[in-house]
Design a protein around this ligand. Sequence first.
Ligand code: ATP
Length: 441
Amino acid sequence: MAKKVPTEADKKMEELVSLCRRRGFIFQSSLIYGGINSCWDYGPLGVELKNNIKRFWWKSMTQDRDDIEGLDASIIMHPRVWEASGHVAGFHDPLVDCKQCKHRFRADEVNSPACPDCGGELTEPRQFNLMFKTFVGPVEEEAALVYLRPETAQGIYVNFLNVLGPSRQKIPFGIAQIGKAFRNEITPGNFVFRMREFEQMEMQYFVRPGTDEQWFDYWKEQRMQWYLNLGIRKEKLRIHEHTHKELAHYARKALDIEYEFPFGWKELEGVHNRTDFDLSRHQEYSSKDLTYFDQELNQHYVPYIIETSAGVDRTLLTCLIDAYEVENPGKKEERTVLRLSPKIAPIKAAILPLVNRDGMPDVAKKIADELRPHLKIFYDDGGSIGRRYRRQDEAGTPFGITVDSQTLQDETVTLRERDSMSQIRVKISELKDALLKRIAI
Ligand code: ATP
């Protein structure tokens, strides 16, 4: 079997995977048992980063505006939900196998008639349903077959009226949700880009029919701006509008927000005009009235839905890739740095005594204790100051605070900025405000 030669993209991804393991961002799941394909665990820094990204999204949806409500629906839903949604009948990917090396591919991702890995002959495509099945009830044979949700959106549709009543929202309004989704992907890979268990941040915006196109354009702008606010480089983002042929059965219009990963331009988020498809189908399958009464029009109708559907893990991978840089490679001054936006950086500041004597650790610990309730900080007195700075650069920590001999005389510390490595002196009494101003959460 021909062995694949690693490309530049493979090497860049390998470097990032290695940094993530080394610094405690992401580990392969169940590694002591040899690992399990496509499942990853977020370590101490990874979970901080992930939570910060989710918080940033949640705030933009449910706090910075008053027309979107939050929801946290269950992962296991009534099996009829997936019949109504079209997933039982249609959530398939075409699968092909290589007759020679037995590798498996999504037919729509293979551009040639022969195997991309060894050139062997491929089988005819077979349809493969991506939903994970499981059983509810103590006796497997008698228990009800249920699915692990392949998207969070359906939890929003079935709760449309539940949320509408108590929140007293009026159309247009939205419901936002963050949660796990599961897909038995044929070809998971590229680190946390495509997994079988992942997290989504989805928002469904309910609108009056006829206003859907203008809301679609509105959400396209909003969502692009969100990635820019997250600190992602503009030139690495683009919008791919779906052609008529690419449109899903439920969509009138759709676009992907894409990022240029080392392995190519790939989808980060989908924005879809789903029309009244979802609520009409749930109305039909549940026999419940899911119409909305519009007081202005004095009319009942099934709202149209504009969906924004983003992946938490893909966003996190994007943040890491976009922030990762090796300065002066191969030279003495080589430095690996994660230029994460301070807003989402796992640790906001490292507190470092220059040396472990003359009372410097005590002063540094006191500063750490004072800052801890306000910011995620890290105290480190192990190793040379240069090594400690480098460790924090790799962790994406935007600020380093060093207690040195001058501190003992005039109660000032050094504030080092990760990206420029510039240093200024700040009074200890003004440190908290200086940091909060720079982080601007
Ligand atoms: P793809 O074409 O990459 O399979 P999709 O079009 O099926 O994605 P959607 O169903 O629109 O994706 O899901 C919305 C978002 O959820 C995606 O943009 C992506 O960020 C995330 N997502 C979907 N599948 C996965 C997965 N297997 N692993 C990680 N994130 C995922």
